[in-house]
Write a protein that binds this ligand. Structure first.
Ligand SMILES: N[C@@H](CCC(=O)N[C@@H](CS)C(=O)NCC(=O)O)C(=O)O
Length: 227
């Protein structure tokens, strides 16, 4: 049994976007796992990983931190299970996509939902989360709330290439979903779990794609506590 350490929010919410990549990867590979919710401010709980971020997994004696490293570990350790990358080229393209999502999509989503996130974190994380995000964004959470319309437009501009791609194929990975889908999906699941705002219009091809991913594995990602 694999153990996954991830962020726990109010009312059982699991909101770490990077941990959602790992959740989806483990489920794609049909690997059994249990989860341990941790507070963002509780670095002692994950000190064994020699780092300060989740996700972390433990598989037997192996402890792995960082969602990308975990995906590579699972692919290499469990080659008989359904592939996350579809070979060396797919692994390389997925790594490039991971970098684009982390550097372009995550920063575009953050200001839109950060105030809602703050309202739903574990109360013990309240001050830690406010301080961290206000430092990153160089503005108060209240300011981000006032600037949401602009943030939503910016997110739409960043996502336009994916809207175009998903008009041509049902998944980021083509005919069937795999790890690159979970990379992008994690950003929308983060929003879905922590913010009551709808960030995608009903006509957006990304909306239909998100619904398809939510339906995967018997509704694994759909049937969780959300905002
Ligand atoms: N590149 C890392 C990023 C992990 C990350 O930033 N995780 C966040 C939660 S979603 C975290 O643990 N933040 C705590 C902190 O920065 O103190 C990955 O892909 O796993």
């Amino acid at each position: 049994m694999i153990t996954l350490w991830e962020l726990g929010g109010r009312d059982g919410r699991r909101y770490s976007l990077f941990s959602w990549r790992t959740r989806m990867a483990l489920t794609h590979k049909a690997l059994a796992f249990e989860t341990r919710p941790v507070c963002m401010s509780d670095k002692a709980a994950i000190a064994f990983s020699n780092g300060k971020t989740v996700p972390v997994i433990k598989d037997g004696e192996a402890a792995i931190r960082d969602s990308w490293k975990i995906a590579e570990y699972l692919e290499d350790q469990y080659p008989q299970a359904p592939s996350l990358f579809g070979g060396a080229i797919g692994r390389g393209v997925s790594q490039a996509f991971n970098t684009w999502v982390d550097r372009a999509v995550v920063p575009a989503m953050l200001p839109l939902i950060v105030a809602d996130i703050h309202e739903r974190v574990d109360p013990r994380d309240d001050a830690f989360v406010r301080e961290m995000f206000e430092k990153i964004l160089r503005k108060t959470l209240e300011q981000t709330r006032a600037e949401r319309d602009e943030a939503l437009k910016r997110l739409g501009r960043v996502l336009e290439p994916m809207q175009a791609a998903l008009k041509r194929q049902p998944y980021i990975c083509g005919r069937d979903p795999a790890y690159a889908d979970y990379i992008l999906f994690s950003v929308f699941q983060w929003a879905r779990v922590m913010s009551p705002q709808e960030v995608l219009g009903p006509e957006d091809p990304l909306c239909a794609w998100r619904e398809r991913v939510l339906d995967l594995f018997g509704g694994f990602a759909r049937n969780v506590p959300t905002a």
